[in-house]
Design a binder for this molecule. Structure first.
Ligand code: MEV
Length: 302
């Protein structure tokens, strides 16, 4: 490896899953988008400190925290000792909110390290996937794919990420419940449900069908159909037990404010919802503010 005296940087997108979360773990297709907002990592020669001020995160490589183990694995995959670098990260997405913060961090760090070693994008993805596996035992890979690629894409475990051309950018309101949660817990709760009550697998299959229909709606620009698909997906995800009273309230408020559809996004159990607001974005965001919840508007597929 060439020694770099200078600081190198890398970026990873935050993500929203439009359709297919949880089902994607079981091989169904999902649709996700990388947001403009994400995480930027700066790597410089140092002694293994990792600081993310926006998340109040300050760890030292080797301290046995999941973050340090994840970065250690990632660096090893790229042929670098994590303890020989310092990482400082600027995060524009909240952590543990269903917006792919850990994958964005992993991709950003992997790119900052790759900029020092000359590793290619395949190695970046492989290294980020190893880091993600520390946070979630059985990640489908959708978060790292969206974090590295950006834009809107179809993802499944067999074929990976395929960019989807969308007829025009999609405006989404993103609402934060303020509850943090652990993706791995939600993924295991779905696995347990499927084991105890096998008919739950039918909901997984239905989520895959809704995601396929969503791809058609995206291709033809049929926002009304997409709104219905968001609503159906939220119902199915609730059936799998991954919604919460707060997420249901945010979804109801968005629909009441005139959104074409709304659903939880990501693992659920807390975290975030997305609403397809069409020309009612201001009203949707206002309805969430009146509940004391922060929301923002993002465009995907630009
Ligand atoms: C988490 O963003 C998405 C899940 O489907 C888990 C995964 O795909 O790894 C819940």
């Amino acid at each position: 490896m060439t020694e770099h005296a200078e600081t190198t940087t890398g970026f990873g997108h935050g993500k929203v899953i439009l359709l297919g979360e949880h089902a994607v773990v079981y091989g169904q297709p999902a649709v996700a988008a990388g947001m403009q907002a994400g995480v930027r990592a700066h790597a410089s020669a140092g002694a293994g400190s990792v600081r993310v001020p926006a998340w109040q995160l300050d760890v030292q490589m080797g301290d046995d925290s999941p973050v340090s183990s994840a970065i250690d694995r990632l660096c090893q995959r790229l042929g670098v000792a994590g303890r020989s670098l310092d990482f400082w990260l600027e995060a524009e997405v909240p952590s543990r909110a269903g917006l792919g913060s850990s994958a964005a961090m992993a991709v950003a760090i992997a790119r900052a390290v790759a900029a020092r070693t000359g590793a290619g994008e395949d190695d970046v993805l492989a290294a980020a996937a190893l880091a993600e596996a520390v946070f979630h035992e059985n990640p489908s890979g959708i978060d790292t794919a969206a974090a590295s690629r950006g834009g809107v894409g179809r993802f499944d475990r067999a074929a990976g990420w395929q960019a989807i051309p969308v007829s025009r950018p999609i405006e989404l309101c993103v609402g934060l419940s303020g509850q943090v949660r652990q993706t791995s817990d939600l993924v295991s709760s779905v696995a347990q449900l499927c084991q105890r009550v096998p008919v739950a697998r039918r909901l997984i299959d239905a989520l895959g069908d809704v995601a396929r229909a969503g791809m058609e709606a995206l291709a033809s620009g049929d926002q009304v159909a997409l709104g219905h698909q968001f609503n159906m997906a939220h119902g199915l995800l609730s059936g799998l037990g991954v919604s919460s009273a707060e997420l249901d309230a945010l979804v109801r408020a968005a629909r009441g404010a005139g959104a074409l559809g709304a659903k939880l996004t990501g693992a659920g159990g807390g975290g975030a919802v997305i609403a397809l607001a069409s020309d009612r974005a201001e009203e949707v965001l206002k309805s969430w503010r009146s509940m004391g919840c922060y929301g923002f508007l993002t465009q995907v597929g630009k």
